[in-house]
Ligand binder design. Structure first.
Ligand SMILES: [Zn+2]
Ligand SMILES: [Zn+2]
Length: 260
């Protein structure tokens, strides 16, 4: 069976992605309620009963909303680093079934090799992932204020990347609902990636092996799927005429399967 990948949903209202191989099924983040996660998995013909592990990038609510219920109801171990585990335990006031990993390490879950690496974001110890399956390499890079050369290096052989494209800079600057302090936090080096920053990063990767980009974590008010898509493709066209596939993700519904 090939590797299959889908985004169950992405945005500041919740984030979760699903990856499966012949032998292993994992969830990356659990930012929707347990019943939402179950419904979205079922819409793809899958069920929480078959999930072997949940990987956590960081402890913000839009990444762990359904974690406690999902993990305890279906006995799924949660993989996270120490500071993230401590932060989640503080929030939930519960001892959950955690498996601790070291930031910067790599480990195996079934036939998937999981590499994790530090990313700059205003959480305790946020990480990105590079997931090596028998058929492909998939990068998860969401919730980060800027890209470092170490991050680019980590994802240099990824064929698929879930990449944050949070905001359009002009829309954020003109937004009337966010106070200046919030805008500053979003745009800071430990905030979120803009469309332009995501496109710049993808330009650096595209000469390597990149085939699919999922644009993730779009702001509802300060971005649109069309703008994010346009910004990415026009930047990539300056670099190559063999464009990778640029996929949109949605807050309210799952993406289609990507079969690798
Ligand atoms: Zn987030
Ligand atoms: Zn976050």
């Amino acid at each position: 069976m090939p590797t299959q990948f889908a985004i169950l949903g992405s945005g500041s209202g919740g984030n979760s992605a699903y990856l499966e191989t012949d032998k292993t099924s994992i969830l990356i983040d659990a930012g929707f309620t347990c019943s939402q996660l179950k419904a979205r998995l079922e819409s793809l013909g899958r069920s929480p009963e078959n999930i072997d592990a949940i990987l956590i990038t960081h402890e913000h609510g839009d990444h762990i909303r359904g974690l406690q219920v999902l993990s305890s109801k279906y006995n799924i171990p949660i993989f996270a680093n120490r500071l993230t585990i401590e932060a989640i335990e503080k929030q939930t006031n519960r001892k959950l079934d955690f498996v601790r990993f070291q930031t910067g390490s790599s480990f195996e879950i079934g036939d998937i090799v999981v590499e994790n690496f530090s990313i700059p974001h205003d959480a305790q110890d946020p990480v990105g992932f590079n997931l090596r399956t028998p058929h492909s390499v998939i990068g998860i890079l969401t919730d980060l204020g800027h890209i470092t050369s170490a991050i680019t290096q980590k994802l240099r052989d990824s064929q698929v990347v879930l990449l944050e494209a949070n905001y359009d800079k002009t829309m954020l600057e003109l937004d009337r609902n966010r106070p200046w302090s919030v805008k500053q936090r979003i745009m800071s080096r430990h905030g979120h990636l803009s469309n332009n920053a995501a496109a710049e990063f993808a330009r650096n990767l595209v000469a390597q092996r990149l085939q699919h980009i999922f644009l993730g974590h779009l702001s509802r008010d300060c971005n649109t799927p069309v703008l994010a898509h346009k910004c990415m493709t026009s930047a990539l066209l300056q670099e190559t005429c063999a464009l990778p596939h640029v996929h949109s993700t949605f807050q309210d519904q799952s993406s289609d399967w990507l079969i690798l």
